[in-house]
Design a protein around this ligand. Sequence first.
Ligand SMILES: Cc1cc2nc3c(=O)[nH]c(=O)nc-3n(C[C@H](O)[C@H](O)[C@H](O)COP(=O)(O)OP(=O)(O)OC[C@H]3O[C@@H](n4cnc5c(N)ncnc54)[C@H](O)[C@@H]3O)c2cc1C
Length: 441
Amino acid sequence: MSKKIIVVGANQTGLAFAYLASKRGFEVTVYEAKEKSEVSYDWTDDMEESAFEDAGLPFPPENLYTRKRCWTFIAPKKEKNVFVEIPADKLDLSIYRRPFNDWLLTLAENAGAVVRYSTKVRRAVAKDNRIIGVELESGDFVSAGLVADCGGVNSAVRRSLPESMKIQKNVAPSDTFFVRRAFFDRPDGTARPEFTNKAYLKHLGEAGISWCILSHDEKQADVLIGRVGNMSDAVYGNALDDIRRDNAIVGRELMKGGQLLQIPVRRPLSRFVANGYAAVGDSACMTIPMLGSGMASGMKAAKILADTLSDSDCDVFDIANLYRYQAEFMKQTGGKHAAVDMMKNWLLNSRDGEVDFLLNKGVVSKKILIDASAGRMVEMSVPEMAVAAVKGFAKLPLLLQLAGLLAKMKKECRVASNMPKTFDEKAFDDWSAAYEKPFKK
Ligand SMILES: Cc1cc2nc3c(=O)[nH]c(=O)nc-3n(C[C@H](O)[C@H](O)[C@H](O)COP(=O)(O)OP(=O)(O)OC[C@H]3O[C@@H](n4cnc5c(N)ncnc54)[C@H](O)[C@@H]3O)c2cc1C
């Protein structure tokens, strides 16, 4: 059985995995559809500092990041700015995406990986219920023992898998954010805002979020508008007008960004491994469902997969072995994401005024906001419940709903984190059904 590995996609997840697998002695080739200069984004994105150690990566050099500033959350009716202060040494890193990718690429190539840009993979090639390689757009077939699919939320490779592998091909639009992130000039003479990083929850009462951030160099306004399911130009334009009315720093000149992008915001797929195939990162929906951050969990998954492959008893890349990768990811991270997904859905479906009440009264504490945005399990101790009960007494039924939600989240986290210990087809199916059950409409 070949131990050659093909990686589809050379954004963060693909490059991190290529490095980690090459370092463990595997022969790795990465195929990336885009030209090198077009991969990733021309801006910074945020990640917890611990992500590097968790993923077994060296810490990036100082010129690749700056520190994120604290968020201020704003509920739909905009009655209050809820500033969430975080100690300076606990603030996330804001990573300069393209230079960061260059750094990951150097690590991967120095470890022996070969990266081919402008080379699109058309589909996975299957034989006897096993993925045996890929077909490139050129028509060439390349064989491999494992195809690591880091091709993102709409991966063509995942979509081409045989039905018999039982991996979900398409991610429902309602499980994704359609977002535009655009940087505008900051008009001369505009005052520095009191709150530099404003996040609008259910902005304008719509299903999604928007943000307005003063860029690190303080010369631009970084505006993100994201809506679940779809986002028409009219919805975007209307939201942008509203952000402009609230934030004098948003000028008229588009400096960069602005393209429509899609981010998965759901729990990980219920199955992301098959004989000769493993999905990693956004292609397996590993982003944090609340905000769509996925760099840290994609890198962490990359390490778990590389470790699984190099286990002494992993002689063949078949589902029985790759299953251990999925089970470990679900244990470490996926279970918590499933719980956060429930909370996100609850918030999106909440009635007019409820998010305002919960946020403004402090029923949803700053700790909950931080935990949910970071993809951690949201729990409330008995004293925290008591405080919430006092603050939320005026809307007791809503409070009871929230308590019920937290109980369901805990249960889902337990189910999701505890896959059967070893691979068994029927047990895997039963676990998948139990895992997905709370999300069935
Ligand atoms: C506006 C925006 C803001 C974000 N902010 C944050 C943030 O603050 N923090 C954070 O952690 N995450 C953030 N994310 C999410 C983050 O971008 C991803 O989770 C992260 O980049 C990991 O993605 P990935 O490498 O798994 O997949 P992707 O980023 O989707 O990369 C997939 C790669 O595969 C390539 N590819 C696809 N199909 C093929 C094919 N058939 N053949 C060859 N190559 C192919 C693509 O060209 C692409 O380069 C944000 C995303 C967006 C859009």
